[in-house]
Design a protein around this ligand. Structure first.
Ligand code: DX5
Ligand code: ZN
Length: 223
């Protein structure tokens, strides 16, 4: 099954509740929440207080993408704020194995993210401990950037590795995802697509529906 994770970073922050409801009522099961600390990435976005507030207006899976140095420091509080899935960057964790255990102990699903230039092989030792691998298809920190084409080959390579090892780990792709490139991302092996600008620019409900219709066609084998 293919999953759409609208990224709230692309939304109008003065109208968060209607924006979130539009995606959820149109059928998006996930909401992607980009937490940035101004150190791991240049920008600062939002954190636990905002996530705890919006938890009241959505029962979507809260998929928290931590673009934060040493995110283990915040795992327990992030779970308390309402995160269902906590995804940390391999590049931001000195003790990645420990951070993944912290996420599991907190009772959340665990994800690990890789920047475009970080090889898949850096996850060999932990692949069987995570529910999801996030492959960044732009350099993290900002919405509205262009998809980096070489990351397509990383999706294929990760999919091959997972199949070889008999793992059902999800592959999430984040950055520059559009209705136009979604198909090739599925064909490469992705099953969760994050979309910020492509969902929230214009009409978020109509954009969500357009993605989900496309997903249904791919699921039915009729792209
Ligand atoms: C970027 C964030 C993304 C961002 C995607 O660092 O991780 O989730 O919101 O935005 P678009 O879909 O506009 O590239
Ligand atoms: Zn993200």
């Amino acid at each position: 099954m293919y999953i759409l994770a609208p990224s709230l970073l692309g939304a109008d922050f003065s109208r968060l509740e209607p924006m979130i409801r539009a995606t959820s009522e149109a059928g998006a099961q996930y909401l992607h929440l980009d937490v940035m600390d101004g150190a791991f990435v240049p920008s600062i976005s939002f954190g636990m207080p905002l996530i705890a507030s919006i938890r009241k207006c959505s029962d979507q899976i809260f998929d928290v993408h931590m673009m934060v140095q040493e995110p283990g420091r915040y795992v327990a509080d992030m779970k308390k704020a309402g995160a269902d899935l906590i995804c940390v960057h391999q590049e931001a964790c000195i003790h990645l194995d420990r951070t993944i255990s912290q996420i599991r102990e907190a009772g959340a699903m665990a994800g690990v993210a890789l920047n475009p230039a970080t090889p898949i092989s850096t996850l060999d030792c932990v692949l069987d401990q995570v529910d999801m691998v996030l492959l960044m298809s732009v350099n993290p920190g900002f919405g509205g950037q262009k998809f980096i084409p070489y990351t397509l080959e990383k999706i294929r390579c990760l999919k091959k590795t997972l199949t070889k090892r008999g793992l059902k780990t999800h592959i999430q792709v984040d950055g520059g995802v559009t209705l136009e490139n979604a198909g090739e991302l599925f064909e490469a092996g992705a099953d969760i697509l994050v979309a910020g600008s492509a969902v929230f620019k214009g009409d978020p409900a109509a954009n969500t529906r357009a993605f989900l219709e496309l997903f249904a066609r791919y699921e039915a084998g009729r792209p």
